[in-house]
Design a protein around this ligand. Structure first.
Ligand code: AMP
Ligand code: MN
Ligand code: MN
Ligand code: MN
Length: 313
């Protein structure tokens, strides 16, 4: 992945940096390419960016190249689907080695059940009078291994079954509703290990979105830290202002580093644009302070090649 024009060196990013460390491209369930996202991030004033496609790192070389060509600092990223206490939890990995074989194999295994699940989702939708959902969702899929509920949601909006994707997830595709198929994703400890053993930092994504009791939430963070997890998303697109404060408190209490990411998927669907979030609350250690040495920065000037030293004889 290294070319002569680029290098990895350790800048020291400021705490108030406009970092956006969570978003999705056509390599998972976003509607923009990695290159379009890089341009949008830079145009919106993002200073440090990460593309975090679901269960997939295939877009990393493109995202990094596009970011660096624009002079935008980049961290590798992914968002791993995990099953914990019967609920789907997302773990964001940042700053890992994108060539790590164990991480790649773990993500391939995690993606493995998606096609069969999608066929079952379509069969369940057909039972309530919505035929053709598998083929309909596929039209929106950019990566054949990564068919997701988001692609079904776009089909249900296109066919006017629902007015927008928010309505889809209230009426369909969630537990107890048509089109929901329970699925076993990766184990928490495995996901954290794949990330950390590849040199990255694991972060609990959007903790405010899980339907956990306080006891279950505590268990999630306790196990996450026991496995080597270090971060929590505090400021993210689906958190309320009250949740920023709640998870800032949790980060301070548990000694977790804090992350910030829009979770941007699409101009037409996402409420928060790339770079559009408020800064992290005070008194937190930003995850990018921990990851300074993993930031991939385009070099401003090509490094001059020194003249060859005379060979001593
Ligand atoms: P999957 O990985 O196939 O289970 O799909 C999960 C994706 O569905 C998430 O990453 C979101 O992009 C999307 N999603 C889930 N719940 C909602 C919701 N309430 N509103 C909008 N999108 C949602
Ligand atoms: Mn998504
Ligand atoms: Mn997520
Ligand atoms: Mn996400």
């Amino acid at each position: 992945m290294n070319s002569p024009a680029r290098a990895t060196r350790p800048p020291s990013p400021a705490p108030g940096l406009n970092a956006d460390l969570h978003c999705h491209s056509t390599v998972s369930d976003g509607t923009l390419s990695p290159e379009q996202l890089a341009a949008r991030a830079q145009g919106n004033g993002v200073q440090l960016w990460s593309l975090t496609d679901h269960d997939e790192i295939g877009g990393q070389p493109r995202a990094r190249a596009a970011a660096n060509a624009l002079g935008l600092d980049y961290l590798t990223g992914t968002e791993i689907s995990v099953t914990f206490a019967g609920e789907t939890v997302h773990i964001v990995g940042l700053g890992f080695d994108a060539d790590d074989a164990q991480l790649a194999a773990g993500l391939t295994a995690t993606r493995g059940g998606r096609e069969q699940r999608a066929r079952e989702m379509a069969a369940d939708l057909a039972r309530v009078g919505i035929p053709g959902a598998y083929e309909g969702a596929l039209k929106y899929v950019g990566n054949p291994e990564l068919i997701s509920r988001t692609h079904f949601a776009r089909f249900l909006v296109e066919t006017r079954v629902c007015g927008d994707t928010g309505e889809v997830f209230r009426r369909f595709l969630t537990e107890g509703r048509p089109g929901f198929v329970p699925h076993r994703w990766a184990r928490l400890g495995d996901a954290v290990r794949w990330i950390t053993e590849a040199g990255g930092t694991a972060v609990v994504a959007h903790p405010g979105r899980y339907r956990f009791s306080p006891t279950e939430e505590y268990a999630l963070f306790t196990e996450f830290q026991a496995h080597g997890g270090e971060g929590v998303e505090v400021v993210t697109g689906s958190h309320s202002v009250a949740e920023y404060a709640k998870y800032a408190d949790l980060a301070r209490e548990l000694g977790l580093v804090a992350s910030r990411g829009s979770d941007f998927h699409s101009p037409g669907e996402s409420r928060i644009d790339l770079g559009g979030l408020p800064p992290l609350p005070a008194g937190l250690t930003p995850v990018w302070e921990r990851l300074g040495g993993r930031i991939q920065r385009a070099m401003a000037e090509p490094v001059p090649i020194p003249p060859a030293a005379p060979v001593p004889r």
